[in-house]
Design a protein. Structure first.
Length: 571
């Protein structure tokens, strides 16, 4: 006989169900990314009344969660409660204490990025009808966004000028051009629309294009003149987010020290490996004395690309097959038979992306995950391709998303998976799940390096990537705790990461635009590495690495440090 749930568990399960349903009503774009399609024709409401209602909803749920006794819940329910606490606490905090919605420029491109995900999975005329309906809501959405930003200007809650410039000079012009081509995309995806459906899409695209063009002018004329270059989180806010978003109790100083230790070890290994490679490269110096010389060697290796644009996808398809064979032979990860990884060119309207993963939609097991690639050969140095295939494909993001889809697609309210999609997280400024998601993919890169998967030049790129992730921790923390200003951050990136100055300035813009996202790669990977090491030690001869990774997947995007209490008996 199954034991009846306790009253506390019954109360929580009702709260979880109602929370999940109401949450998605306020975040319809996120419902789409999760594979739930009943809200595919809607956009988030940004009116003052809608945001006030949303805040009141989160405040009420937070109070009810805090009054629940976690010890009366099952382990699974405890994890769900913690996930809900994280989301609701952050929402209440940012609305009450920061009022950051009044300077959130990320929302200015949010409808476009969400349409990209939707279009990537569209297969029928009905799917495209929902796309047209969502696109038709863009003018009203942008008007509400302008009202929020105008309120921020009036109350001096304004964004960074470099972020506004990036949106007006780089992102919004591309989006405006994108909507010129949107009506032709159904045909490119082998979907035939009726004359009426085609007209609706054309009309919505035209109105959206005009709205984005007008929004660009609004940012230039009404926001940029008032922007403030000193907008950062601050030390107290950074510590709050470390604790409540990531479950990290270490101080910023301790995290910087961890990152610098990783950086020093990685740079030493880079110089050593580059020296070995230099002896094999005609014309290269017989010895390499420092990191700059090692980086110069890698720059030479980066000149090799696929011969033609049409060779890009076959290159990555072969690398993913090579990785899949390797993890099977080495018994590192279990790759389920029959899984389908889609590879396709990056759609128009996405900028500064060489390759990315569109995860398998959690709640729609009919759909596959996609590895989406810039269709230009020059964007893909072959020496970096294996690392990208591991990170985005197998055993990285794609394998993780498939495992989650298989494990959670029938879950009645998968609250642990809120905020898992990149652009949803960017729009909300919340990167808690990224500590697991990006941390795992970065952990997979390093695990494959330690297992000997990469060639020597590919291993060099893996070490360079690890060093860069460490540098990002130092600079992100430095900027947002005011230990560094912008110029000091640029100097650090140029001299510690051998990064060209224009690239360094783009990096600083990234850290200012999406605070704390950049730290999730290394800090999450280090947590997984420590967990793996401790499980090996505790389980001894019983340790099975592939089963260990399956166990990681079985929890969903839980902060890695939290997994210790479930996976280690002594934790």
């Amino acid at each position: 006989m199954n034991k009846a749930p306790s009253p506390a568990l019954e109360t929580f399960l009702r709260l979880r169900a109602s929370f999940f349903e109401r949450y998605l009503e306020t975040q319809p774009e996120e419902a789409t990314t999760l594979g739930l399609h009943h809200l595919d024709d809607r956009l988030k409401e940004l009116s003052a009344s809608a945001l006030g209602d949303e805040y009141a909803f989160h405040r009420d749920v937070l109070a009810r969660l805090e009054h629940l006794s976690p010890e009366e819940l099952s382990p699974e329910a405890q994890l769900d409660r913690l996930a809900m606490l994280d989301v609701t606490r952050f929402h209440v905090h940012t609305y009450e204490d920061l009022r950051s919605h009044r300077r959130n420029v990320e929302l200015s491109t949010y409808p476009h990025t969400m349409l990209q995900y939707q279009i990537g999975q569209a297969e029928t005329a009905g799917d495209w009808a929902a796309i047209a309906s969502r696109a038709a809501r863009i003018p009203a959405f942008l008007q509400q966004q302008e009202q929020l930003l105008a309120e921020g200007v009036a109350t001096r809650e304004v964004p960074d000028p470099h972020i506004v410039q990036d949106f007006t000079e780089e992102q919004l012009p591309v989006i405006v051009r994108y909507f010129e081509h949107l009506p032709a995309l159904p045909g490119a995806h082998q979907v035939t629309l009726s004359a009426s459906e085609a007209r609706q899409l054309q009309h919505a695209s035209r109105e959206a294009r005009q709205a984005f063009a007008a929004h660009r002018q609004f940012l230039l004329q009404h926001v940029l003149p008032h922007a403030n270059p000193n907008v950062v989180l601050g030390e107290d806010e950074y510590r709050w987010r470390l604790r409540h978003m990531f479950g990290i109790t270490a101080s910023p100083e301790e995290l910087v020290q961890q990152a610098e230790d990783v950086l020093n070890r990685a740079q030493s290994a880079i110089v050593q490996l580059a020296g070995q490679l230099a002896r094999e490269v005609p014309g290269a110096p017989s010895t390499l004395a420092n990191l700059a010389e090692a980086r110069a060697l890698l720059t030479g290796l980066e000149t090799e690309h696929p011969d033609h644009d049409e060779d890009v996808i076959p290159l990555y398809r072969a690398l993913i097959a090579r990785a899949e064979r390797f993890v099977h032979e080495q018994e590192l990860f279990n790759v389920p038979e029959g899984i389908r990884l889609g590879l396709k060119p990056l759609p128009p309207g996405m900028v500064d992306v060489r390759g990315t993963n569109w995860p398998a939609p959690l709640m729609d097991p009919r759909k596959v995950g996609w590895f989406v690639l810039a269709p230009m050969a020059a964007a893909h140095p072959t020496v970096w391709a294996a690392l990208l295939a591991v990170h985005e494909g197998i055993p990285g993001h794609f394998l993780q998303s498939v495992a989650w889809q298989r494990g959670f697609s029938q879950h009645p309210a998968p609250v642990r998976f809120l905020l898992v999609t990149d652009h949803v997280a960017m729009a909300r400024g919340h990167f808690g799940p990224m500590l697991n998601i990006e941390g795992y993919a970065t952990y997979a890169e390093e695990r494959m390096r330690r297992a000997g998967f990469y060639t020597a030049p590919e291993a060099l790129t893996a070490l360079v990537a690890r060093a860069l992730r460490a540098v990002r921790v130092v600079v992100d923390i430095g900027l947002h705790t005011r230990r560094m200003d912008d110029e000091e951050a640029v100097y650090y990136l140029v001299h510690r990461a051998c990064m060209p100055e224009p690239n360094a300035r783009r990096e600083v813009l990234r850290y200012k635009r999406i605070p704390m996202q950049a730290i999730t790669y290394l800090l999450g990977a280090l947590e997984f590495e420590r967990l793996e090491e401790d499980c090996r030690r505790e389980r001894g001869s019983r340790f099975n690495e592939a089963a260990f990774h399956d166990e990681l997947f079985s929890f969903g995007p839980v902060p890695p440090a939290l997994l210790r209490r479930f996976m280690l008996t002594g934790a």
